[in-house]
Design a protein around this ligand. Sequence first.
Ligand SMILES: Cc1cc2nc3c(=O)[nH]c(=O)nc-3n(C[C@H](O)[C@H](O)[C@H](O)COP(=O)(O)O)c2cc1C
Length: 377
Amino acid sequence: MKFRRTRSLVGYWHQGQFVLEDYLAPKSSDVDEDNAMVIDESTWNFLCLFDDWMDMEAAVVASPEYTPESVREAVDALVEAGLLHTPEQTAREDLLVNEWANWSEEARFFHFGTKDAVYIGDDEDHRREAAAVALASGPPPPIFKTYPDAPRVRLPRAFLPLRGEFGEVLLARRTHRDFTGRAVGLRELATVLHYTFAPMYFVDAREYGTLLMRTSPGGGARHELEAYVGVLNVDGVAPGLYHYNTEQHSLELLDAEFGATEVDRLSFGQEMAITAGFVVFLTALLKRATYKYAHPRTLRMILLDAGHLAQTFDLVTTATGLGPFQTAAFRDSEVESALGIDGISETALYLLGAGHPAGPVDGHPIDMTVARKPSRR
Ligand SMILES: Cc1cc2nc3c(=O)[nH]c(=O)nc-3n(C[C@H](O)[C@H](O)[C@H](O)COP(=O)(O)O)c2cc1C
């Protein structure tokens, strides 16, 4: 019989102890568990021997400091704990190593480590218990972020009608990468920000206080996402970097020097971002979500929330007559530094933008090959 160290182990220090977690091992979604095991130094050293397949006799020879009997017992215990695998046990990890070959350990650990969480939504006792723990940690975080001392532009509430039938808007939405250079109107910008990011309704969430509702869904209505607007070419608003204050419907000036040069750098020189009328940096203010949800799976929820907001942004810009784009390619740390956020309690997630499209606006991607002939294979 041969043995090999399990391929899906991640090690870290937890409360002063070193643990190995097998993120691929099956987990229950009825009981909270994480397949993490405390590892001492001798176990660590012993596991290092099993980088590749090794049989019991070779393990005994490689461990002269231990008796053969204790080596056999250790191997059996490590197989039992799932830290060593036999050839019959490696189908899933071999598939993982093969299928996820282009992605590093970070992506694997995040994805599999946040799988199979316990659902607590319908359990009133658990809900009350979680709320008590949250409240004991302090008051609920504010639902609005504000820069009280910043100069501000109060945006008009004379919103433009969202043009077109819903189906037409849906079909017309395309990612635009060419803009005419014509300034985006003040009412256009105000309309997009309002319908995408501003509160539409408020609700009483009992222990959690008042929560807001947007046009997009947001996990637990935590609405942890904030919008920062890089104004490049908008009628009536000086170029610069602003925070969108959703309560006031105002733009709070953070940096009057911010312009196309900075967007060029932050977006890796993507032409669509530099020539847009405005860009929006989407960030997550994590406390709003972590306050209620203690489980790391909540990070998945936040990423899903960002997707919802981006799609709404795309549809609203389209309905306003603008052309949207979105990109995940930006210099995270430099964006966070430009926004003046620490990247830990609040972190950059997404870059959106819009301008007057230079290309067709009926949604048909005319500049692309429509379709290839079916191949004979
Ligand atoms: C998460 C995400 C990231 C994207 N990143 C880029 C990007 O970096 N550069 C780019 O030109 N387009 C980017 N796009 C746009 C896609 O290429 C585009 O959505 C896709 O080609 C389909 O075209 P459509 O949006 O017009 O339907 C991104 C889209 C999404 C959803």
